[in-house]
Design a protein around this ligand. Structure first.
Ligand SMILES: [Zn+2]
Length: 254
């Protein structure tokens, strides 16, 4: 059965702290990832994948969607040239209230201060074929907010982006992957048509578009790990993963 896989990246840069190692993909490695995708998978936008979910069978098999969460400036300075080189479409989920500022919602931990993209850079990315999606205004834990505040975070992000890029915004990603039925409803009410979680797995026809599954790509993932994650639809990988996978399939069959 046809399926597609959504990949989640955060930063494309050299990590500056131990905590960042997982979330920062060095540009040279990111380039190898994109070259691999270009050679081995059809890469489509999230919107194109949705058309498939809606019943249009045009999506090629084993398609992959590339997404970035948060809106770090290195998505523009370091990732965009590589996306262009390999002609990879991508979706960028913006923390709208922090555009042009810093990642201050991460302050206090082992994460260094990092600049976020500016609106001019966002518009340039749109012109280069990058889809922009919402990721709230301030990156809160939506499930812990009062209803009105959560609604404002979700709807406000969409309104601001649409005003800035003068194009419809239809994709959303839940900060920290946190959502419940009420939050998913707020996302739909705000006018988004699909939302990415951080639950790993494949997306097949019939999946709820407000609960799309995504595989997290770590900054430490070599190309073979990326390939395995796509193949098995999981965040973990290792030399025993294929054995366990095929053993599971064998057991399911007998
Ligand atoms: Zn985020």
């Amino acid at each position: 059965m046809a399926r597609f896989t959504i990949l989640m990246y955060h930063q494309v840069t050299l990590p500056e702290s131990e905590a960042e190692v997982k979330y920062a993909c060095p540009p040279a490695r990111f380039a190898r990832h994109m070259r691999y995708l270009r050679r081995h998978h059809p890469v489509v936008t999230l919107a194109a994948a949705q058309r498939h979910l809606d019943g249009d069978g045009a999506l090629p098999d084993n398609a992959v969607v590339v997404t970035f969460d948060d809106g770090f400036r290195n998505n523009y300075t370091d990732a965009l040239p590589i996306l262009r080189r390999y002609e990879i479409p991508a979706t960028l989920f913006l923390t709208v209230g922090l555009v042009g500022e810093t990642n201050r919602w991460m302050a206090g931990g082992d994460f260094p201060e990092r600049p976020m993209v500016t609106w001019d850079e966002v518009r340039e990315m749109v012109a280069a074929g990058v889809e922009i999606g919402g990721h709230t205004l301030t990156h809160p834990r939506l499930t812990e907010l009062p209803v009105a505040a959560a609604d404002a975070e979700v709807a406000g992000a969409r309104q601001v982006i649409e005003a800035e890029i003068e194009a419809p915004v239809t994709s959303f990603a839940y900060p920290y992957g946190l959502f419940d039925n009420r939050v998913a409803e707020a996302v739909a009410t705000a006018g988004y048509r699909r939302a990415c979680t951080t639950r790993p797995g494949f997306n097949r026809p019939g999946i709820d578009p407000l609960r799309l599954r995504r595989i997290e790509v770590f900054g430490t993932d070599a190309v073979w790990r990326l390939a395995q994650k796509i193949r098995f639809g999981c965040n973990t990988s290792g030399v025993t993963r294929p054995l366990r996978y095929y053993w599971g399939r064998l057991r399911a069959r007998v």
